[in-house]
Each structure stands twice: as structure tokens, then as C-alpha cells.
Ligand binder design. Sequence first.
Ligand code: NAP
Length: 249
Amino acid sequence: MSETAMNKLAVVTGASKGIGKACALELARRGYDIAVNYRSDEDSAARTVAEIEALGQKAVAYRADTADIGAVKQMFRSIVKEMGTPDVLVNNAGIVDDAYLLLINEQSLDRSLNVNIKGYINCAQQAALKMYSRKKGVIINISSVSSVLAVAGQTVYSATKGAVNSMTSVMAKELAPKGIRVNAVAPGFIDTEMMKSIPDDLKTQYLAEIPLSRFGDAAEVGKVVAALCSEDFAYLTGQTLILDGGLSL
Ligand code: NAP
């Protein structure tokens, strides 16, 4: 297929559910085909693919642990072969495993660092390599309000999301000459499976601290991410946009 005849293509990591799925669906509504990355939940990934296809776009599910550079390289090779060169990467696949400082165990620490930091770098590197040749592309890194807000029990998670903000500005500087923009979106509390790990009494407490008096919806994150990918934001790079209903104010 000639390049001009092809749809725009977005790779969304962790798109089997939650924020990643919402980003994938919103980008599909805006005309993108979607490479749907996931780690373990094949059924949910297949549902995401079906919902994208129902919007009239092409979608293929790719199972890969983003923390595993070999698996990520293989995934991007397959994506280019089967779907084309990515125009957009949404680096979203992330985990949370909260523990107070004195209770953090090494295995959990390593896993969080590997998925939330190494995984983002692995995918950005492979996407940028493919985008280089066309001298254009957009990378959106999903951070968290926890990168700027101290929440007890989140030493590890906050550190990984602070790293996402930092890597976003450095990647943006390095990749700008290649026509690739890099920004981060840092959501506050968004009602997804990830939030199920928060005890109800804590949720009530957090809710009282949000000026807009509600948790966010994944679709709202998807809309902001898709907007940042558009030409309307062609002059924006290296920034972290906090999307938290005012929680961090
Ligand atoms: P979620 O509902 O738990 O979904 C996580 C997704 O990431 C799933 O699709 C999962 O795939 C995938 N995933 C996890 N580890 C992976 C890995 N190593 N390789 C590939 N895929 C992997 O989470 P979410 O709430 O949508 O969060 C998505 C992102 O938003 C994360 O980076 C999170 O830190 C950030 N965030 C969330 C909130 C919130 O309140 N929910 C707030 C701020 C930031 P499988 O299910 O197939 O394993």
C-alpha cells in the first residue's frame, strides 16, 4: 500500500482497558488505525479491537510486556510490517503498587521501575526510530498527578511518574529536530480498574480534596490526549499537562 493511501496510525500501550483504551477509541474516532498493546488480558484487548473496528478503523492487538526490550522491538517490527509506520505513540502502560516507605519490597520496586520508566523509554525509543525516517510524529507519555503531589504510600509510584515528566522534556528536546513532539498528560483520580486498589474511606477523603468534586472519566483523558496529537498543538512540546479537576492546586 502506498504511504498516502494509508490511514494515520497510533500505537497505544496498555490499551486493553482504562485510560489506554479510552485514548485508543478517541484516536480511532479521529481517523487513526490503532495498534492495541496489552500485557495479559487477551479478552479485553480483543474487545478494544472490536470497538475500534466498529468505528470503521483498523485495529490489531499486540501482546508485549513493555518492560521487555526484546518484546517491544519485536512488537514494533510487527506493527510496521502489518500496519505501517506509527504517527503517534501513547505511552500509557503503567502499574501502581502502593506501600509505605518502610514496607516497600525490592521485587515490587523493580517491577514498577521496569514498567513505568524502562517500559516508557523502550517504547519511545522504538517509536522514534520508526518516526525518524518520516521526520514527524507525536509521543504522549501518561504521567500522574502523583508526580507533583505527595500522596502517602506512593514513594515508588511518584518517583516513576516524576521520571516520566523529566524524560518527556528531554525526549522533546532531542526529538524536536526530527519533527517529533513529546508531551505528557498527568491525570488525577480517574475511575478505572487501577483505582479499585484504593480503599473506599481514602477515596472519600480524596474526593473532598478535588475542587471539581468528582473523579475523572477515562474518556476525558482520551479527548485531551487525542487533542494534543493534533496539528492544533503543533507548537507544543516538552510539557506536562495536569488533568486532575484541580486536585493539585
Ligand atoms: P489499568 O486500568 O490498570 O490498565 C492498565 C493497562 O496497562 C492494561 O491494559 C494492562 O494490560 C496494561 N499494562 C500493564 N502493565 C503492562 C506492561 N508491562 N506491558 C504492557 N501493558 C501493560 O490502568 P489505568 O488506570 O488505565 O492507568 C493507565 C495509565 O494511567 C498508567 O500509566 C497509570 O499510571 C496512569 N494513571 C492512572 C490514573 C488513574 O486514576 N486511573 C491516574 C493517573 C495516572 P493487561 O490488563 O492486558 O495486563
